[in-house]
Each structure stands twice: as C-alpha cells, then as structure tokens.
Design a protein around this ligand. Sequence first.
Ligand SMILES: Cc1cc2nc3c(=O)[nH]c(=O)nc-3n(C[C@H](O)[C@H](O)[C@H](O)COP(=O)(O)OP(=O)(O)OC[C@H]3O[C@@H](n4cnc5c(N)ncnc54)[C@H](O)[C@@H]3O)c2cc1C
Length: 495
Amino acid sequence: MGTWDVVVVGAGPVGLLLGGDLAAAGVRVAVLDRSAEPSREPKANAVVGQATRLLQPRGVLVRLGQPGPPTAARVFQFGGLRLDLADLAATPLHGVAVPQQALERALAERAVEAGARVRRSAEVVGIDQDDRGVRLRVRAESAVREVTAAYAAGCDGGGSTVRRLAGIGFPGVTDSTVVSRSADVVVPGGVVSPETAQADLPGIGRIGLYGWHRTARGAYAALPRPTGSLLISVMEWEESTADTDPDGAMELDEFTAAVRRVLGADLVVEEPTGPGPHQRRRWRGRNTRIADSYRNGRVFLAGDAAHVHNAIGAPGLNLGLQDAANLGWRLAAAVAGRPGALAGYDGERRIAAHRVAMHSQAQTALLAPDGGITALRALLTELLEEPAVRARLATMLEGADVRYPAPPGAHPLVGRFVPDGLARYLDATSPVLFDLGAASTDVPAGIRVISPDGATLPARSLLVRPDGYVAWASDEDGPAAAAGLRQALDALFGD
Ligand SMILES: Cc1cc2nc3c(=O)[nH]c(=O)nc-3n(C[C@H](O)[C@H](O)[C@H](O)COP(=O)(O)OP(=O)(O)OC[C@H]3O[C@@H](n4cnc5c(N)ncnc54)[C@H](O)[C@@H]3O)c2cc1C
C-alpha cells in the first residue's frame, strides 16, 4: 500500500473532506477505511452551521444538486423550544438538507477526482512514529502490511482506534440516566401530515412534525424520510429496563412500548415497506467527551474521533467538517516544508468542541421531565421573546460564536469566520486576500487576490484561510497594511 505524504484513517464525511482538500493541494494522500463499502446506516439528514459554507467553494453543493448558497434557517429549535429566526435582521443559522450517505458520495467523488486514493477493506491496527514519519499496520485481505507516511489523521469515528493507538485520552462524562430509541416506521391513518408538517398525536394533540417535543415522561421527535417513512425518536430518563436485553436488538414491540410511555397513549406504527435500510436503534447513556489532545506528534485526530456529544441540534458534521478544513491546509503546508502551520490546530478546534459539548448537554437537559426543568423552560421561553437572545443562540448553533486566538491589537475580524457573502470565494488550497487597498502589492505567489465590490467588504483588506477563518484584516491602506499582511502570512505558517 506504499508510502504517502498523509494517510487519513476513516472514509466517513470528515476523512473524505480532509482527503479531498489534501489531494486538491497536491498532497499524496491515501484514505483507508475498514469497511468494504460505504455505510448504509441512516445518520445525518442535514449539515447545520458554518460548515455548509465550506461546501460551496469546494464544489460539493453542485455535486449534491444544490448549487446555490446554503439556506438561511427561518425557524429552528433549542432544547425543544422554538427558535423563530424569520424576524431577525440577518439570520445567523444556515443549513443544507442532505442525507449523510449522499454527502459522503459527493465528498468521495471529489476526493478521488482530485487524486486521493480511497482504499476500503483496509483496517488500521497499529501505529508507531518517530521524528521522520508514521508507520501504520493495515489489515487488508487477511494480511497485515505496513504503510508509511509523513503524517496520519485519525478520522475513524467515536470509537477511534487511532486515538487509542496514539495514547490520547478521551475524558468527559457519560449521562447514563438517558435511554434513547429511534426507528423508521410508517404511521397509518393520517396521523401525520408531511405536507402540512403537522402531526395529531394521541396524548399530545396537534404539534409541528419536526423537532423535539417534551412530554411529562420524556421527549419525542419525528423526521419524515425522503423514502416516505418517518424516523421517530424517543428519550426516557426514568425507564424500567428489566424487560429489555441491553445488548440485544430492539424489536418493534419494545419501541412502541417506549413511545407509549413517552406520549402517555398508543401510537400505532408499522414496519416501513419501502427501500431501506431502516434504522432501529436503542442506546443507553449519552457521551460528551473531547480528546485530551488533537495531536500526538505526527498523528492527528478530527471529527468524531476527537469529540462526541449529544446529537441534539445536529452539531456533529458542523464540528467535524470544520476540523477537516482546519487540518487540511495545515497538513498541506507541513508537507510542503512548513510544519509550523500545524501548531494552531489543537487549540483552535478544541474551543469549538467545548462550545458544542456545552450547548448539546444544555439542550438535552432542557428535555428532561423534571419540575425544575419546567420552570427553566418557562424562563427561557420568556427570554426567547427577545430577538437578541434568539440571535445569540442561533449564532452559537451556527458555530459563529467561536473566535480563535488572535494576537493582541488584532482587527476584530481576526479569528472570526469569514463574513457573509465572501465564503463563496474561498479556496480549499490557499488563503484568499480580499483587497480594496494597497496591501496587495508584494503578495506572495499562490495567494489569490480578489477585489470585490467595496460595499460587501467589512475592512479594506482581509486574508481568509481555506477553512474560512480570517487570519488578518486591516482598515488601512499603504505600506503599513502591506507589512501587516506579510507578518500575518509568516505567522500563519509558523515561520
Ligand atoms: C442516527 C444519527 C443521526 C445523526 N444526525 C446528524 C445530523 O442530522 N447532523 C449532523 O451534523 N450530525 C448527525 N449525526 C452525527 C454524524 O453522523 C457524525 O458526527 C459523523 O458521521 C462523524 O463523521 P466522522 O467522519 O468523524 O466519523 P464516521 O462517520 O464515524 O466515520 C468513521 C469511519 O472510520 C472507519 N474506521 C473506523 N475504525 C477504523 C480503522 N481502525 N481503520 C480504518 N477505518 C476505520 C469507519 O468504518 C467509518 O467509515 C448523526 C449520527 C447518528 C448516529
């Protein structure tokens, strides 16, 4: 399997975005995955947040048949509470509705076309490294072979082997009181209407079809699938588990009994007959964990391998895809001889993971059937009447509340995600200089310079990294700005 600049372990969405960015930058990259074919398990239905704006300049939205900019959300939820965004001056939350399997297909096509080698049925079972490179032991076709690379990236999911082999801890909490169940079902008798996005549920009455609903005994959510079935999920906090085998498969009877407990009434559900696979899952406990380092020497972690959290609010892909975009340009720079670029990865992405850990735990807690939570929800409902509160929560769900560390005295845009309207100009392989002033004299080769309409630019000049974050900005023109730009470029690559 040879020698590579970078080996990416895991061909999920995060590994595939990283592999594509590296290949586009001319890096010799292999993406290895232990499974023989892409997962058919239904997972995400949407990418929510800033990561959507990385997909357009990488050509991924075109491949998904959604070439326009990501949709600005008019309504969302926070812990099952309605978050109206339509009346805000600028909606801070963006989304792209796409099944995870379709997203992975588009990312894989892009990576392969850019020159990445995607190799399946290749399981990484050992890693060691020294100051010259990484050696990975890879089991393929029942033989174990050695693969070498300058760097390795573990994008191998929540149970990451790379994390374990690299000796990286995974501290955090497991909330073992929560039991969740999800199943693709059909609900007969016109109880749900995807056309009006409403459901007439026994025990609850008429509710919006999408999102979480808290009941006296738990929480209920539904999501219509494009195939015609309905993905129903329930969460319980005080369940008698005596009648279920914790490790066994979940039968439909067990699921309908849980739905009955949560709704307080019977909801008739049937097995879907259309094309599958149909999800049926039970999981106990909720993990919120963040790797204690995203890097050990030449080995890096990204995506679920680096952090796991509750899925509420759909933050997983936003976090993981942005890890990949952040790590991609850094690894490409390191392969090109500028290893100092790798220094900022761990610190920057850890900030984003801690925000998600906090708000996904808070949102899950808001669904618990406890009297104190009822009071807390009443208080939050009052606060949500304020547009500023709704804007702030939506900004957090977008991931736009994150500011990466910036040097003292830096322009307020530095460390922030690229302002609206500029993301489509991003380049996956090099920083982009948006320039209205004189900073562009003496710009090093390889940096794309764009001079857009002044009305859309929030500073005279901005240097934006391939992951969409502002590395430098200036309100000045002339030699001082040009010197600041040169300094910022050196700092970016750790020179
Ligand atoms: C039911 C469900 C619904 C979800 N809904 C949403 C949603 O709506 N929005 C959202 O943003 N997120 C959602 N998520 C979360 C999202 O699916 C994950 O955050 C995302 O899959 C993480 O991507 P990843 O590439 O980091 O890891 P994974 O997708 O887990 O990919 C890891 C890959 O690594 C491979 N691998 C593992 N070990 C090895 C090894 N030793 N050697 C080689 N390969 C290996 C695996 O085969 C796998 O292909 C949902 C998750 C679930 C389970």
